[in-house]
Ligand binder design. Structure first.
Ligand SMILES: Cc1cc2nc3c(=O)[nH]c(=O)nc-3n(C[C@H](O)[C@H](O)[C@H](O)COP(=O)(O)OP(=O)(O)OC[C@H]3O[C@@H](n4cnc5c(N)ncnc54)[C@H](O)[C@@H]3O)c2cc1C
Length: 433
């Protein structure tokens, strides 16, 4: 049952479910969705709720990609900040997009409850702790979030942060009570089961190989069959292939890494909070306690899509650098996943000139954004709303080819150096509140 999934914490704890078949015939549907990650499943679920007959094609297993390997943080916002968003979308557009991102968090939370999804374990709270001294900056951020978006965030002093995180690395923090963390693979499997239960067709081990236009829709060819559908939605994320060249040219696959520790005795002497934790470095750490005594730790980003041989050691080093008291920790599993990034760092949600819908480019912020993407695409297909247009300023810009990759990696190294410099300065003065 776990066959085909890479070794992750989530595979080790997934809900039992039978594999889905592959396409072996000719099928008719209203909507064919290509990609069985959370973008594809959310779109299928939203379309099905509107009475449409859906087919989902996944080339491997459901949520085999980023959706089944990630940190499990569900927070409002996008992979880039409001300032950058406002540059293209204007201030009002940025506010409307923020509201959609909040709705995305709500959709996931509501689906878990409404569908009674098993072993998804939603747990409230995300704590962002900074690694330099800036009490005034964080307090201003809390006030601004309230003023601009009506969001309730709680400022934490250094002493309050260090009651929860026993590490000298941290200074002040912000606690987001409306954010949560969960088991993304079990969530995805639950959504797929719901789609199948309500008459949708979910296929695994079925890659879409070609798409051709025909009167009244499209034909999607797979190895042993085909699907005829009025609409096609492309949701390949960081695994998007050359099926639709305009999409392939418009994103960069960016890898990021995760680690699961073996059980840790007296873990509360290091991490003493049920909240998930992140810092604010460009490719900072994000982690949480799972099963009461293990740490699930994420970090690093790179344009290299091949795993380093010492991935586990790289990640282990990151944990111990923050919590030296965990020097003897043992690694249970370490893995990577690919995210899809557009140059503008925003999701790409829209329709090509050929009439193909797409929902991709969710970067490292896909748990809420895939949910709202599914909803706005379904609304657009049914003609219920044109909220999808809010994403129009963030189109399929060229990714820059090989130069794009070099530029991203160089920018990352530069920002990493800036983060390190800021931290070193902070620890030299080590001003405590
Ligand atoms: C290690 C890691 C940690 C992360 N942590 C977080 C986090 O804590 N919070 C957060 O919000 N986001 C996080 N993210 C980002 C988030 O996981 C992604 O943005 C999100 O899962 C993207 O969903 P998706 O459906 O677009 O892509 P995916 O989940 O990658 O799904 C795409 C699917 O399409 C399939 N596919 C591609 N081409 C074809 C084809 N031709 N035919 C059939 N199938 C095809 C692939 O096999 C794949 O399963 C993380 C990502 C990674 C990798």
């Amino acid at each position: 049952m776990t066959e085909g999934y890479i070794d992750t914490y989530y595979r080790r704890t997934l809900v039992g479910h039978p594999p889905y078949p592959s396409v072996e015939e000719s099928i008719q549907a209203d909507i064919c969705i290509i990609g069985g990650g959370l973008a594809g499943l959310s779109t299928a679920h939203e379309c099905q709720q509107r009475g449409l007959k859906v087919v989902v094609l996944e080339q491997r297993r459901i949520a085999w990609g980023a959706s089944g390997r990630n940190g499990g943080f569900v927070t409002a916002g996008y992979a880039t900040g409001e300032g950058q968003i406002a540059r293209r979308a204007g201030l009002a557009g940025a506010k409307a997009l923020h509201d959609l991102s909040v709705e995305g968090v709500r959709i996931v939370r509501e689906n878990i409850d409404r569908l009674d999804l098993p072993r998804v374990n939603p747990t409230p709270g995300v704590l962002r702790a900074i690694r330099y001294d800036d009490a005034a900056g964080l307090q201003a951020e809390v006030a601004e979030a309230k003023r601009r978006f009506g969001t309730t965030l709680h400022y934490l002093t250094r002493a309050e942060v260090q009651e929860k995180l026993h590490s000298e690395a941290y200074f002040q923090g912000i606690y987001a009570p409306d954010a949560f963390h969960f088991h993304p693979l079990n969530y995805a499997l639950g959504l797929a089961a719901e789609i199948a239960k309500r008459g949708g067709q979910v296929f695994e081990q079925t890659a879409a190989r070609a798409i051709t236009r025909k009167a009244g829709g499209f034909t999607i060819t797979t190895e042993n069959g085909k699907i005829e559908a009025e609409h096609v939605v492309l949701c390949g994320g960081g695994y998007t292939d050359r099926l639709v060249p305009a999409l392939h040219r418009a994103y960069l696959p960016i890898a990021t890494y995760m680690l699961l520790t073996e059980p840790i005795v007296e873990i509360e002497k290091s991490i003493d909070t049920p909240a998930a934790i992140a810092d604010d470095r460009r490719a900072g750490d994000y982690y949480r306690v799972v099963d009461g005594n293990r740490i699930l730790w994420g970090g690093c980003i790179t344009t290299s899509t091949r795993d380093p041989g010492d991935l586990a050691e790289i990640m282990r080093h990151r944990v111990v650098a923050t919590y030296p008291q965990l020097g003897s920790l043992k690694v249970a599993a370490a893995w990577s996943g690919l995210m899809s990034y557009a140059r503008h760092l925003m999701p790409q949600i829209g329709r090509t000139a050929d009439g193909l819908w797409y929902a991709t480019g969710f970067g490292g912020h896909g748990m809420n954004t895939t949910a709202i993407a599914g909803r706005v695409v379904a609304e657009a297909i049914k003609g219920e709303s044109d909220r999808i247009k809010l994403y129009a300023p963030f189109g399929l810009d060229w990714n820059g080819g090989p130069f794009g990759r070099i530029a991203v990696q160089a920018t990352y190294w530069y920002l990493q150096a800036m983060d390190a410099w800021r931290e070193r300065g902070a620890h030299k003065t080590d001003a405590r509140p």
